[in-house]
Ligand binder design. Structure first.
Ligand SMILES: *Cc1c(COP(=O)(O)O)cnc(C)c1O
Length: 417
């Protein structure tokens, strides 16, 4: 059981709310930095270890800048994400371009920036060559499929996933690239998401190290790096435990020694492209109880909606909720906590036991630091909230303002009506 604490006091958050108004997401810089350092420490044994932060999780340049300062690169999968990385000075091989179904202009931009291009399909070799040229270094994304040859029972059902190359294709793809004169090679996979069991990541490493050994034997390629993707989960529920980076780090190290070092394939750089676990637990959606409605169930209507945090509405994801100042009161009321979309799934919590909520109470929704604001949308003409940064010295900076009605109308030309 991990107690879900807040990084601010009641007085502090009331002050912030008075200044900025709700709703907003607020990120805890100190905790993000400490967490980043822990991850790097767990892989300090690994030569040239790199975490490429998955930009899609929290595409805010101020967050990216913090992570760059901690030594992270950026995992981008679209043109605006590449530009965001560039804006904060993450360029060259600090960028891993792991895209799929990619338009030509995005490959061109990735090449301009000198990013490491990670191809999602064998047909993308010709597409890349035609539009952007073949780079010096190339990576392919592996899909182990129905767990034959190289797969492992512990690794989900990748044959249902749209990503990556099959085992047969990946041998062919590297051979084509080698014949085209490419000299530097990396390899990538991502087969799991929001996983709390560290063994899955160790199994992924085993699978990839075996594949690298096989590719080396067959094609004589020496790999420069392997990227295990993201997917480390976070304890959204208080009864869940966070993943211990040290367990993953040590497990991967053992496998590295057994498979890579023993086969004379060291040094091989280890890379990750985690998003969720990097910022997820250190973001909070702060909202105010606006209405109380008692029909067949009891509802608390708040001023945030699914437009600010899509996960609960979209896939019933649990997000812990704290009523500020009432943490220690008995949780003897049962509420659905709702937003204002005309969609019945716009609920942050369903049948949740909470303390008695009064209008004007500040509610904090936990673990919104990744895939939170980022997944926002404008359905029902809902405007997305601001993002704030709680800095290490306790001060607060607005790192993205809230959308305005003008923003929403920007793509319309009323003069032609
Ligand atoms: C989404 C994604 C990630 C990050 O996943 P998390 O679950 O946030 O760690 C990394 N790599 C790729 C290719 C992704 O699509």
């Amino acid at each position: 059981m991990v107690e879900k604490k807040l990084p601010f006091s009641k007085e502090q958050i009331e002050k912030i709310v008075a200044q900025y108004g709700t709703p907003f997401h607020i990120y805890d810089e100190k905790a993000i930095r400490e967490n980043a350092r822990k991850l790097i420490a767990a892989f300090s044994w690994a030569p040239g270890f790199k975490e490429y932060f998955a930009v899609k999780a929290t595409p805010n340049p101020y967050i990216l800048k913090i992570l760059r300062e901690e030594g992270f690169g950026a995992d981008c999968s679209s043109l605006p994400e590449l530009i965001l990385a560039e804006k904060v000075g993450i360029v060259g091989e600090e960028i891993m371009f792991t895209s799929n179904d990619t338009p030509a202009d995005e490959f061109i931009k990735a090449r301009e920036l000198g990013a490491i291009i990670n191809l999602d399909d064998i047909t993308h070799i010709d597409f890349l060559e035609k539009h952007a040229g073949i780079p010096d270094i190339i990576s392919f994304r592996y899909n182990p499929g129905p767990l034959r040859g190289g797969g492992n029972a512990i690794i989900g059902n990748p044959e249902e996933a749209k990503y990556g190359l099959t085992r047969e294709q990946i041998f062919e793809a590297y051979k084509i690239m080698k014949d085209k004169g490419v000299k530097r090679f990396g390899i990538h996979t991502m087969v799991i998401s929001n996983e709390l069991d560290p063994n899955y990541f160790i199994e992924t490493a085993n699978m990839m190290f075996d594949l690298i050994v096989d590719l080396n034997k067959e094609l004589g390629i020496n790999f420069e790096f392997v990227n295990f993707g993201g997917g480390i989960g976070i304890p959204y529920r208080p009864e869940e435990e966070p993943v211990d980076y040290e367990v993953i780090g040590q497990g991967v190290k053992n496998s590295y020694e057994e498979k890579i070092v023993a086969n004379g394939l060291a040094p091989l750089k280890i890379a990750l492209e985690c998003g969720r676990v990097i910022t997820g637990p250190y973001g909070y959606l702060v909202t105010t109880a606006m209405h109380k409605k008692e029909i067949y169930k009891n509802y608390i209507g708040v001023d945030a909606s699914m437009a600010d945090l899509m996960r609960p509405g979209m896939y019933g994801a649990y997000h812990h909720l704290t009523v500020v100042g009432k943490e220690n009161q008995p949780h003897d009321h049962v509420y659905d906590v709702t937003g204002g979309l005309c969609e019945n799934c716009d609920k942050f919590a369903v049948d949740r036991k909470l303390p008695k909520i009064d209008l004007g109470d500040i509610l904090v929704i936990h673990d919104t630091g990744a895939h939170g604001h980022a997944m926002g949308f404008n359905y029902n003409a809902k405007l997305r909230s601001a993002e704030l940064l709680l800095k290490e010295d306790g001060s607060v900076e607005m790192i993205r303002r809230a959308e305005t009605i003008d923003d929403y109308f920007r793509t319309l030309d009323f003069s032609k009506l």
